[in-house]
Structure formats: C-alpha cells, structure tokens
Design a binder for this molecule. Structure first.
Ligand SMILES: [Zn+2]
Length: 107
C-alpha cells in the first residue's frame, strides 16, 4: 500500500459508494476557480488535471468530505468546515502512519 502515487488513485470509497476519480482540464465547475467537484448522483469526484500532487490530494480529500457528509444525511453543510477539515485531515494522516495502519488492521 506504500508508495502509491496520488495520480494512480482512481477510486475513493465513500459510505456505500465507490466514487471514480476523474482528472479533467478546467473549468471543472461553473465556479471557474473550483479545483474539484463531487457528483453524488454519478458517483464521481472530478479534479483539475493541472494540480500538483499535494494540492490534488487535498482536493480529493475536500470532495470526499463533502460526500461523507452527504451520505451521512447532512446534505447542507458549511464550505468553511470542509476547507478546514480537509487540510487538517491530510496532515493528521501524514503525521500518524502507525495509527492509520492500526486502524486499517481493525477492518
Ligand atoms: Zn467544497
């Protein structure tokens, strides 16, 4: 599982749904500055194909958090909360590989 490039991650499981990750040229969204979007009905996360790896990872995490809330029944949630949590969660996962491995083994 180690040394997997973010570019080779093509799916993300969110609740009961396996979302496809699609990398596309901009614009991704009618809001032209958006780096990604989550299509709950189509089961896809779309990201701008020009992003650096760390920005792409954060963008996928951001969109995944939207979907996690959505599948939990919280259809309306604050953008600001997603923005704050996505960056913190990436850092937390990076800073705690032993914990993440141990949690994986509980599955
Ligand atoms: Zn968002």
């Amino acid at each position: 599982m180690r040394n997997v490039s973010i570019r080779k991650v093509n799916t993300v499981k969110i609740g009961p749904v396996k979302y496809k990750i699609e990398r596309q040229p901009p614009p991704i969204h009618e809001r032209e500055e958006a780096l990604g979007l989550c299509d709950y009905l189509n089961g896809s996360v779309v990201v701008d194909n020009r992003l650096q790896n760390d920005v792409e990872a954060t963008t996928i995490m951001h969109e995944a958090l939207h979907a996690l809330y959505w599948h939990a029944g919280v259809k309306k949630h604050e953008e600001k909360v997603i923005e704050v949590i996505s960056g913190m969660l990436i850092r937390f996962i990076q800073d705690n590989p032993k914990l993440i491995d141990a949690i994986q083994k509980l599955k």
